[in-house]
Design a protein around this ligand. Structure first.
Ligand code: FAD
Ligand code: SF4
Length: 510
């Protein structure tokens, strides 16, 4: 039987002409932040309308065809990168569910020392560990954050675990938002079995159960402002037959387009033009990949992308993790080209891949000169030293697990043949410009801060400079967190939505 489109989702063929709507709260975006906020508001009895630029895709449409899936699920087909000393490719989900449809499903709470810093130095006492704990519990229950079923981990995770154990390095099992994930390693192109609990399966059904609605193909281009207050959103409805317009008026407006799109919309609309923090403090947890050749077959394509993380070096801002890269991307794990690359790819079944993630000292900036998006980020030499150290640590782990060779993502750098070669890494420090980076964690570009002179939104998520405008996505994160961010984003979005619901209810009762 053909899978039903959930009731509550409104697609272009269900409306005619230009669309005019009113509701209590209009939410831009249905990813981690937008969906969690929308569910919280709908459950408080408010009339909620979510506007999503992307399309709705049934589970049966997800699959490993990267070309088709990247253009269906991602902005610009996933071909996006920061500009700076070295480009850092990134991806943004653009579909119902946003980036939660294409993410790896790893679930980590914000580390306590980070929350203590936010609560103290940044003037946000409501983000203290004790205050956020109940929200983390609710988020984890909603998205089914749990350990993998036995047998779903596969060889790539196994060699990583073996290496960490041989060295006596601390490692932890990942919780992931999944129900009986079989470890098919296709998360980035949408989970074809429906195991991964993206917001399509977790938060959005709660919106629809309370009568909330979601309109697809609606690209927000304008924040409506009247008498110094945000009163709605407007934009274009991308009907395949003809481009239409929509206008939605509401008592409150929530932006949750992600850490790049939210500040872009604000900059293009000249919202808070005097607030110099819009688009700044943008952090990305850059990471690099390391590959290792083993005598035995590893079969990194079978088994979940990442079942463990090595936290031995967490205090130094370094996280090591396995990362099973689907075949079509494995070539980018090597810094070789031509015949050499072909030879490496021939050994695909024997290759393990992993990555290192560092807490970045650097921060970038989202800009919109003449309305054109510009995402600027420079990896600093201090961060580069950490990357080189971390790559050496991961190489050491793979040698301990029995690797014959290790390949690093530094152009022109020789293949490491033994753990002794790792020591030479610091003699010829690879340059930022010669390093292949990647990021999946975009954060902090409209940060929350207790001081109006230091941030874009206050503790309640409301824009310091525009009443009625709330932000509830990765852009509000007060700083970098050193772990995967979706649980943090959902908890913050829920906190912001709870406060907003309370405010609207009190206003209605007055
Ligand atoms: C490949 C990949 C792997 C990842 N793996 C993990 C992981 O394992 N664990 C983890 O915790 N995190 C992971 N992340 C990060 C995590 O998914 C994101 O941090 C999180 O989804 C961001 O939430 P958000 O609400 O800010 O934005 P998103 O989830 O990206 O949602 C934004 C939504 O807004 C919509 N939108 C944007 N602009 C407009 C507009 N103008 N009009 C209408 N709609 C608009 C977009 O289409 C999108 O649906 C990963 C991300 C990627 C890309
Ligand atoms: S690894 Fe698990 S969650 Fe990811 S696509 Fe496969 S079954 Fe789905």
């Amino acid at each position: 039987m053909r899978e039903q489109v959930p009731r509550g989702i409104i697609q272009p063929h269900q409306t005619r002409g230009d669309v005019r709507e009113t509701c209590d709260v209009v939410v831009m975006g249905s990813g981690a932040g937008g969906a969690a906020a929308a569910a919280t508001l709908a459950e408080a009895g408010l009339d909620v309308l979510v506007l999503e630029e992307g399309a709705f895709h049934r589970t049966s449409e997800y699959g490993a065809n990267a070309t088709a899936m990247f253009s269906a699920l991602m902005r610009d087909g996933g071909a996006t990168a920061t500009i700076g000393r070295a480009p850092v490719p990134y991806m943004e989900g653009r579909c119902v569910g946003g980036s939660t449809v294409i993410n790896g499903g790893m679930c980590w709470r914000t580390p306590e020392d980070v929350l203590d810093h936010w609560a103290g130095a940044m003037g946000l006492p409501d983000l203290a560990p004790a205050a956020l704990d109940p929200l983390f519990d609710e988020v984890e229950a909603t998205i089914n954050a749990r350990y993998q079923d036995p047998g779903s981990e596969g060889g790539n995770n196994e060699v990583f675990r073996r290496g960490a154990e041989k060295l006596g390095w601390k490692y932890q099992r990942n919780k992931r938002n999944q129900i009986h994930c079989v470890g098919s390693n296709e998360c980035v192109t949408g989970c074809p079995s429906g195991a991964k609990q993206s917001t399509v399966y977790s938060w959005l059904p709660r919106v629809f159960a309370r009568g909330g609605r979601l309109m697809t193909h609606c690209k927000v281009t304008k924040v409506l402002v009247e008498r110094g207050r945000a009163v709605g959103l407007a934009g274009t409805l991308d009907d395949p037959h003809r481009r239409r317009k929509f206008v939605v008026r509401a008592k409150a407006v929530v932006l949750a387009g992600g850490a790049v799109q939210t500040p872009l919309l604000m900059l293009r609309n000249k919202i808070a033009p005097k607030n110099e923090h819009v688009g700044r403090h943008f952090t990305i947890h850059p990471n690099i990949k390391v590959a290792a050749l083993f005598e035995d077959r590893v079969e990194s394509m079978r088994g979940v992308h990442q079942a463990y993380q090595c936290t031995e070096f967490k205090k130094r801002g370094i996280l090591l993790a396995p990362g099973g890269i689907p075949l079509m991307f494995t070539a980018v794990a090597f810094s070789d080209f031509g015949r050499r690359l072909a030879e490496r790819m021939r050994d695909y079944h024997h290759i393990a891949t992993g990555g290192v993630l560092v807490d970045d000292f650097s921060s970038g900036r989202i800009m919109a000169p003449l309305g054109i998006p510009l995402v600027k980020y420079d990896v600093t030499d201090i961060d580069q030293e950490k990357f080189v150290e971390a790559a050496g640590l991961l190489a050491t782990l793979y040698f301990a697990a029995g690797a014959k060779e290790v390949y690093l993502p530094f152009h022109g750098y020789p293949v490491l043949k033994s753990v002794d070669d790792v020591k030479k890494l610091h003699d010829h420090m690879p340059r930022v410009e010669d390093t292949e980076y990647f990021t999946a964690h975009l954060m902090g570009s409209c940060r929350m801060h207790g001081d109006p002179r230091q941030g874009v939104v206050g503790p309640d998520g409301q824009c310091w400079d525009l009443p009625g405008l709330y932000l509830a996505d990765a852009s509000v994160m007060p700083g970098t967190i050193g772990v995967n961010p979706q649980v943090t984003i959902m908890a913050l979005a829920r906190l912001i939505a709870l406060r907003l619901a309370d405010k609207l209810q009190r206003r209605a009762a007055a």
